[in-house]
Design a protein around this ligand. Structure first.
Ligand SMILES: Cc1cc2nc3c(=O)[nH]c(=O)nc-3n(C[C@H](O)[C@H](O)[C@H](O)COP(=O)(O)O)c2cc1C
Length: 174
């Protein structure tokens, strides 16, 4: 598919077919390609955790006040992490990787969405990031950027319409 068409067609979709999961070999290939973006000092500090356990998915569904309920029904969820929060650029690194993941999943026929975790809280005011770390035994020096639920789509959201961003583009001076 033409790359620009692919960018237009990728939309956040939140309903997935229940019976189809990506196997371990395909997951490893997905993460390999998602890790091929630019990386400070070529350090590649981003790591992934795949969630398939129904009880853990239910716990993730309560992670924020809004926008997480459908996680209980996602076949697979990727936790995108940086492995050293003493280096603040883990956030850029994990963001680049997550954007690649969305496009790569789309290219493979999967739909996905993005749930930000950093600096978020649940309905009791507890840190979403700390809850994720505890749930999966993730070491303290890791940072959690986002969750990416994905699966074969069970809903269809139209391609992006062309939108005019010319007012946001500046040249030589603001
Ligand atoms: C930083 C960030 C946080 C987001 N948080 C959520 C979220 O908590 N729940 C959710 O369902 N979607 C979330 N999204 C997805 C957006 O809602 C979605 O990208 C936006 O509505 C544009 O739609 P599109 O991705 O289909 O173009 C988030 C996206 C980003 C980049």
């Amino acid at each position: 598919m033409d790359f620009k068409q692919m960018v237009k067609k990728r939309r956040s979709m939140r309903k997935y077919k229940q019976d189809q999961k990506m196997d371990d070999e395909a997951l490893l290939e997905l993460f390999t390609y998602a890790s091929m973006g630019p990386s400070k000092s070529n350090a590649h500090p981003v790591e992934f955790l795949v969630v398939e356990d129904p009880e853990k998915k239910k716990a993730l569904a309560e992670l924020k006040r809004f926008g997480t309920k459908y996680l209980a029904d996602a076949p697979q969820i990727i936790v995108v992490m940086g492995n050293d929060t003493s280096e603040p650029t883990w956030i850029e690194e994990a963001t680049i990787t997550s954007a690649y993941l969305g496009l790569l999943l789309h290219a493979e026929g999967y739909a996905s969405s993005w749930i930000n975790i950093r600096e978020q809280t649940n309905s009791a005011g507890e840190s979403s990031e700390e809850i994720v770390k505890k749930l999966f035994n993730i070491p303290e020096n890791y940072g959690i950027l986002c969750l990416i639920p994905f699966g074969i789509p069970d809903e269809w959201i139209q391609s992006r319409k062309y939108f005019d961003i010319s007012s946001k583009v500046h040249k030589d001076t603001f």
